[in-house]
Design a protein around this ligand. Structure first.
Ligand code: FE
Length: 220
């Protein structure tokens, strides 16, 4: 059963065809639901993020699903830190939890992550700015990376975003993308942008800009 918001988003896409480029239509068609190719269930190393509030345990709206896009490459390396040695960008640490629809943390969920470098380019030859990790025993994850940049691809404009494919034990695979709230102009120009997928920007910790986002998975 698709969540109510998926249906609305799908309807919006159908009704809005006149306003979307062929590229945007092709891009939307690339929402895949294949299971991820990693063993599930083993929590990753603990994330040291005491500032994350406890999960509420109340029913939650599942995270909106967005297209994978054409540039997903499976079997990325296991790593939380995607920074290249000389990355030339602003450093970001995105922390949060993977929760089920009842607000309970999902330990051992796999998060497969990919994004552009700080210049707006994807690595399609190797695994630059690509990696997977497992949520810890409290469902927490931590991604350390650089700020992605806007780009044009398949004839569409994309605001800076980070792609995630996430799966927990017994949950439906989730493909989505997260956005940065301070990219106001670029976000407004992007057909796929959705307010509910914006991270919350927090304080700075050394060279890292902290941000947070919780993912809510539906049951399989
Ligand atoms: Fe992308």
């Amino acid at each position: 059963m698709p969540a109510r918001r998926d249906v609305l988003k799908g309807l919006g896409a159908g009704l809005g065809l006149g306003g979307l480029s062929m590229g945007a239509i092709a891009y939307r068609a690339l929402l895949r639901e294949d299971s991820l190719l990693y063993a599930l269930g083993q929590p990753g190393p603990e994330v040291d993020a005491p500032e994350l509030p406890e999960p509420s345990g109340r029913p939650l709206e599942p995270t909106l699903r967005l297209a994978d896009g054409p540039l997903y490459i499976p079997k990325s390396p296991l790593r939380r830190d995607l920074r290249a040695r000389s990355h030339g960008g602003q450093e970001l640490a995105i922390r949060g939890r993977v929760l089920d629809a009842s607000g309970r943390p999902l330990a051992g969920a796999v998060l497969d992550i990919w994004q552009t470098n700080a210049q707006g380019t994807y690595d399609v030859q190797g695994y630059g700015y690509r990696g997977h990790q497992f949520s810890d025993s409290d469902g927490r994850f931590e991604l350390i990376t650089v700020r992605p940049k806007e780009y044009h691809g398949l004839g569409v404009f994309r605001t800076p975003h980070i792609h995630f494919k996430i799966q927990g034990l017994g949950s439906r695979p989730l493909a989505t993308q997260i956005f940065l709230p301070d990219e106001v102009e670029a976000n407004a120009k992007d057909f796929a942008f959705d307010e509910s997928l914006q991270v919350a920007l927090g304080r700075r910790e050394g060279s890292l800009q902290l941000a947070r986002f919780d993912f809510v998975l539906e049951q399989a």
